[in-house]
Design a binder for this molecule. Structure first.
Ligand code: PMP
Length: 399
């Protein structure tokens, strides 16, 4: 019998090395219980959470929780079917209308996860005669959606409209459609896309533009719609994709658009059609979180003030941090062993952040990815910076 796992020998060796280098597996952390939005019980210790995507703290929203409980009581815990069979309830339509209205777009499709929103939208929009132009640092769901589409894929340099413009210039004679895919805020680095410039490029070349605002929805823009709104070009982005699993604190994804053709996707997007729809309690909780997000714009202000405090605090330690100020603050390190050891010391000191190792990082450097929430107190951020200072000092880093 051929060993079906033989292809993972390299991975097994990497995991073994990881275990030897440090007492715990950084990819196997268990949050035994969230005690609040900002503190979780890890290894029996109260640990500051600075590595989630819970930007507005809404995963702990009582408004959302009460809405979920009421929905379970009245409609049950699951739909048992896909959106095109028995899985569309009035609640799904209500959420789609709410999101379309929120984004001031005509159409909205809700998917079961953000991953599936990208997979389902990109794979259905781009056909085998079309070309997809992807920012090189795109999320896995964008790459996977591209593969499923069978379209030709061209990568352009991260956040570089000029490189995109050059590449589109070489495709003048191409007959099929050209779809550019970018993100709003990049999840690993906190980099913000120059969306307005991408819009100019797409217009110059008759291309389409899809923006994944997964990490920027609820975070940037006058009404929290994301980077496109913040840069005043949301009406010119053809498709906006996003997720409920970050600022709204639940789970699920969506695509909004003014193009009527997007409705056809409901009948040809496999990740939309062949999976169970979101359960009623998740839809109800998401509607609750959306109401909270809209009723409390001060959450966004607090979030950005917190982002600046964390960014400036870590930069002040002399660490190499992201250039953009956003709720994601990544500390770039030189080598993997050091990154793993530091990540362990941070956790032992009561601070949870994310460890990102190459090849999952944009450059060949490992990252300690930190993220803030509106729910963090100024003191908690100061504590986190203090822990970083001690641990960085142990490794001879920083000032
Ligand atoms: N897009 C981006 C940019 C993401 O970072 C993520 C999640 N990390 C997703 C899509 C997928 O979203 P979800 O986890 O809600 O499926």
């Amino acid at each position: 019998m051929t060993d079906i796992f033989a292809k993972y020998a390299g991975l097994a060796a990497d995991i073994e090395n990881l275990r030897r280098a440090a007492p715990r597996n950084p990819f196997g952390v268990v949050i035994e219980r969230p005690l609040s939005a900002t503190v979780g019980l890890i290894e029996g210790r109260e640990t500051l959470l600075f590595g989630t995507n819970n930007y507005l703290g809404l995963s702990q929203s009582s408004v959302a929780a009460e809405a979920a409980i009421a929905a379970i009581r009245s409609e049950g815990v699951g739909t048992t079917g896909s959106r095109i069979a028995n899985g569309t309830y009035a609640l799904h339509k209500t959420l789609e209308h709410r999101l379309a209205e929120t984004f001031r777009k005509r159409h909205c499709l809700v998917f079961s996860t953000g991953y599936q929103a990208n997979l389902g939208t990109i794979s259905a929009l781009a056909g085998k005669d079309d070309i997809l132009l992807l920012d090189a640092d795109s999320h896995a769901s964008i790459y996977d959606g591209s593969r499923l589409s069978q379209a030709q894929v061209i990568r352009f340099r991260h956040n570089d409209p000029e490189d995109l413009d050059r590449r589109l210039g070489r495709l003048k004679d191409h007959q099929g459609a050209k779809l550019i895919v970018v993100e709003g805020i990049y999840s690993m680095t906190g980099n913000v896309a120059p969306m307005k410039e991408f819009v100019e490029v797409k217009k110059a070349h008759g291309a389409w533009l899809l923006a994944d605002e997964a990490h920027s929805f609820g975070v940037l823009g006058a009404s929290g719609l994301g980077v496109a709104e913040a840069q005043g070009c949301e009406t010119e982005v053809d498709f906006i994709v996003g997720t409920f699993s970050k600022s709204l604190g639940t789970v699920g994804g969506y695509c909004v658009s003014d193009h009527d053709g997007i409705e056809l996707i409901r009948l040809c997007s496999r990740p939309y059609m062949f999976t169970a729809s979101l359960p009623p309690e998740i839809i109800a909780a998401t509607l609750g979180s959306l109401t909270e997000m809209q009723a409390r714009p001060e959450l966004r202000e607090k979030l950005m003030a917190n982002a600046r405090q964390l960014h400036d605090g870590l930069k002040g330690l002399g660490l190499s941090v992201s250039t953009h100020v956003s709720p994601v603050v990544a500390v770039t390190l030189d080598n993997v062993e050091q990154a793993i050891a530091m990540w362990n010391r941070l956790l032992e000191s009561g601070l949870y952040v994310n460890l990102s190792l190459p090849p999952a990082t944009p450059t060949q450097n490992p990252l300690l990815r930190c993220s803030v929430m509106a729910a963090h107190e100024t003191d908690q951020i100061a504590q986190a910076v203090g822990i970083f200072e001690r641990v960085a000092g142990e490794y001879g880093l920083g000032r």
